[in-house]
Design a protein around this ligand. Structure first.
Ligand code: KG4
Ligand code: ZN
Length: 335
């Protein structure tokens, strides 16, 4: 009989539940929280309350879509961290109660590992990467380069020293009046813009680390200068601004990834996280000429989702890596 696991994700502003049968996803329900739109970013207290409201309907919907009764489940996997503590606690408490009441194992999952390991979800026999690979986690909360030796043997070899790559998209988007999260709209507008129109600064950061706060300042200055000349600058130039920003971000990312390949001698690259949905990044790396084997997750597994949590649950179940009920949630949790 295939192993059936319920995954629960509640680390930030998506409440999600998924059911996996061995490595095949049967359902992946995601409730986005609209409440944050008016604030230009995630408000932690509002996120926790929305998770409390969403979690039961989302889990019920995941079970019914998968056509599974609770008592057919073999384990419950949940996000232990990293993330917003209040949000994590909602998912953790729910997962623990359910595992206790059903008498089945509980499995804690590191959200950042899950963003990379979602790649192992079965997808019509599509080729998977082999270990070792370089994991590139690009999301709203993180920007990481991770040398992955095995499923649970990962070394962080580069990370951002300030803003994440997703924040670069979201904060710059806010400066030109786009709603949070601005990444998808910048992606879309970039297709109609000239990426050479505005020159933005590329930070000089040592080793495999990143910095995006200087880029944000450079973008801000570019917008302010433009507005001084023309009140309508943002309206007339928004596509060009987006295209210039996106291509600068791609330059920063590709330089670090190529350095990581040189340093490690590993040329399998696996992307994960919300920003890996970006069509410009996908196009750039799919067309690269560096002899890299590049793997992107399916779009539905890029932004936060419980399918990736259920997948890690399945991998851990096979190794009997179960968790105790008293395990605490972790706002900061190393990969
Ligand atoms: O992985 P994720 O859902 O949440 C975190 O764990 O942080 O990532 C959310 C981030 C946001 O910053 C959002 O703007 C960005 O992913 N994002 C994108 C795109 N889709 C989502 N950024 C650029 N292009 C996209 N298409
Ligand atoms: Zn995430």
């Amino acid at each position: 009989m295939p192993i059936k696991i319920l995954g629960i994700e509640s680390s930030c502003d998506e409440t999600s539940a998924a059911v996996i049968s061995d490595n095949k996803i049967l359902s992946n329900v995601i409730a986005n929280q609209e409440v944050h739109k008016n604030y230009g970013g995630v408000v932690p207290e509002l996120a926790s309350r929305a998770h409390q409201k969403n979690i039961i309907p989302v889990v019920n919907s995941a079970l019914s879509t998968a056509n599974i009764e609770k008592n057919q489940l073999d384990a419950i996997a949940y996000t232990r961290g990293p993330g917003l503590l209040g949000s994590l606690l909602v998912g953790a408490s729910f997962a623990k109660s359910l595992s206790l009441s059903l008498g089945i194992p509980l499995i804690e999952v590191n959200h950042m590992q899950a963003h990379l390991l979602c790649h192992f979800i079965e997808d019509n026999g599509k080729e998977k990467t082999k270990f070792p690979f370089i994991g590139v986690n690009i999301s709203g909360g993180h920007t990481q380069i991770v040398l992955c030796h095995d499923y649970f043997k990962m070394d962080l070899i580069g990370e951002t020293l300030d803003d994440s790559i997703g924040e670069a998209f979201d904060k710059c988007g806010k400066l030109i009046g786009l709603d949070y999260p601005a990444g998808p709209e910048i992606d879309n507008k970039s297709q109609y813009g000239d990426s050479n129109k505005f020159k933005l600064s590329i930070p000089k950061v040592k080793k495999l680390n990143f910095s995006f706060s200087g880029l944000k300042t450079s973008f801000k200055r570019c917008v302010e200068n433009g507005l001084e000349e023309d009140q309508n600058f943002i309206n007339t130039e928004s596509n060009n601004l987006c295209a210039s920003l996106q291509s600068t971000i791609i330059k920063i990312l590709s330089e670090k990834i190529l350095n990581a390949v040189k340093l490690t001698g590993v040329n399998n690259i696996v992307f994960g996280g919300g920003v890996s949905a970006n069509s410009g990044i996908r196009k750039y790396f799919d067309q690269q000429e560096e002899n890299l084997n590049v793997f992107f997750p399916k779009i539905q597994y890029t932004t936060d989702n419980a399918a990736m949590i259920a997948m890690v649950g399945y991998l851990k179940f096979k190794e009997k890596k179960f968790s105790k009920l008293e395990l605490g949630s972790k706002a900061r949790y190393k990969i």
